[in-house]
Every structure is written in C-alpha cells, then in structure tokens.
Design a protein. Structure first.
Length: 156
C-alpha cells in the first residue's frame, strides 16, 4: 500500500498556476499537472527536502534572486523526488521552453547542483546537448562566470 506524499510548495505553486490558467497554460501543461498530482497521490515517492533546500541555497551565487516557478517545479521533481527504493522518480526530462524563459540560466544552475557536494552521486558528469555549439556552451560560460566571480571565489 502506498502512502500519498505531500506535494511540496515548489511543485504545488506551479501546478496551481497551470490549473488556474494564470498565466494561460497549454493542454500539455494541464496534462502534466494532472499526472504529477496522480503520482504524488498514488505512488510511494518522497521529496528530499534537505537536498532541495541545499540546491535552492545555491541560487545566491547566480545573477538572479530566485528561480522561476517552472524552474523550482522542475528542479524539485527531477533532482529531488525519489521512489521508495531511493532511485530518482524521473530520470529523464524533456523540457520545451520558449525564448527568454530562462533555459540557459536553469541549465547552468542545475549543472551546479549536479556537480555540487549536495548531489549524492559523487563525480557526477554533466553533458549539454544543443542544436549548435554556441547554444551548448552558453550555460557552461554562465556557470564559469559564477564560479570565477571575485565575490564568491574564496567560498566556491
């Protein structure tokens, strides 16, 4: 028998905005919201809140105050939600996002989380695929700027 898992606020906020169509959401987003609710209600999953908190704590090193709601939603589900056996609930993600929505920033941020000591997988490899080399290296350059910023150099 599975125990429903309480949906964390980082996921719930995004789900509610999709369900309320504020801003307007496509049918795929509505289907995703229903699917995620069903998983949390019917499957034995848990969110590693400590890991999520540590990952979100890395935001301060980036040139933005916080992640967009869709980024918090994705980070929580993809990087911090686990099945009962401890394996990731979602091990593959396809994220289709339009221009200006923060893709490169999120890729750089998620990469930082993945290579941080907060990731339980030591020496994690990050590969970035894109339509061309310029697009692929943009998040890498963004992450390098964070790591080399004089403000954070001694800490990082």
């Amino acid at each position: 028998m599975t125990m429903p898992c309480k949906i964390p606020k980082e996921v719930l906020g995004y789900l509610e905005s999709v369900e309320q169509d504020c801003p307007r959401a496509c049918r795929e987003q509505h289907a995703l919201a229903a699917y995620v609710r069903r998983v949390f209600d019917q499957e034995d999953v848990h969110v590693d809140r400590e890991q999520l908190g540590r990952y979100l704590g890395l935001v301060k090193y980036f040139p933005y105050d916080r992640l967009f709601p869709w980024e918090e939603f994705l980070l929580t589900l993809w990087d911090c939600t686990y099945k009962a056996d401890g394996t990731p609930r979602w091990k593959t993600v396809l994220c289709m996002v339009g221009r200006g929505a923060g893709k490169d920033g999120f890729i750089a941020f998620d990469s930082a989380c993945s290579i941080s000591p907060y990731n339980p997988v030591a020496h994690y490899n990050v590969d970035i695929c894109a339509n061309n080399e310029e697009q692929a290296v943009t998040p890498v350059k963004d992450l390098a700027e964070v790591l080399e910023a004089p403000k954070w150099e001694s800490k990082l």
